[in-house]
Design a protein around this ligand. Structure first.
Ligand SMILES: CC(C)(COP(=O)(O)OP(=O)(O)OC[C@H]1O[C@@H](n2cnc3c(N)ncnc32)[C@H](O)[C@@H]1OP(=O)(O)O)[C@@H](O)C(=O)NCCC(=O)NCCS
Length: 119
C-alpha cells in the first residue's frame, strides 16, 4: 500500500497494486482518497502514477479492474484514464436490499501509452 500525499506532505489517501499476475502481466489497483480531498483530481493523478509504475517499472501489460454499479465518480475516473469498458458481471454484490453489478474496465500498456501520450 502506498500513501498518497498532497504537495503539503499531508496524507490524503492510499493506493495499492493488487492481483499481480507476473506470468500474464495483469494487475488491478485499489484506491481510496479521503473524503475531504475527493473531486480535486488527486485520484486520477495517483492512478496515472501507479499505472506508469506498473507498466514501465514492473513491466506488466494489462490493467483490469471493476467498479461497483452506481460508483459514478470511479467510473468517470476509469474512462478519463482511457480504460475501456469490457463487460458487466451481473448481480455480484448485495447491498442495502439490492443486487448490484460490477462494471469491468481494462487498459493495456499500449493504450496507456497512446492515450496518456507517455514516452
Ligand atoms: C474514486 C476516487 C478514488 C476518485 O478520486 P477523486 O480524487 O475523488 O477523483 P478525481 O478528482 O480525480 O475525479 C475523477 C472524475 O470524477 C469527477 N468527480 C469527482 N467527484 C465527483 C462528484 N462528487 N460528482 C460527480 N463527479 C465527480 C471529476 O470531475 C473527474 O472528472 P472530470 O475531471 O472529467 O470532471 C475517490 O472518489 C474515492 O476514494 N472514492 C471512494 C473509494 C472508491 O470508490 N474507490 C475506487 C473503487 S473502484
Amino acid at each position: 500500500m502506498f500513501t498518497i500525499e498532497n504537495l503539503n506532505g499531508e496524507s490524503i489517501g492510499g493506493i495499492n497494486l493488487n492481483s499481480i499476475d507476473e506470468r500474464n502481466g495483469t494487475f488491478s489497483i485499489g484506491i481510496v482518497i479521503d473524503k475531504q480531498y475527493r473531486g480535486k483530481g488527486y485520484g486520477t493523478r495517483a492512478m496515472k502514477i501507479l499505472l506508469k509504475y506498473a507498466f514501465f517499472e514492473r513491466r506488466l501489460n494489462k490493467f483490469n479492474d471493476y467498479v461497483l454499479e452506481g460508483n459514478e465518480v470511479s467510473a468517470k475516473m476509469m474512462k478519463k484514464l482511457g480504460c475501456v469498458q469490457e463487460g458487466i458481471r451481473r448481480q455480484v454484490v448485495y447491498i442495502n436490499g439490492q443486487y448490484l453489478d460490477f462494471i469491468l474496465f481494462g487498459l493495456t500498456k499500449d493504450e496507456f501509452i497512446e492515450k496518456q501520450k507517455v514516452d
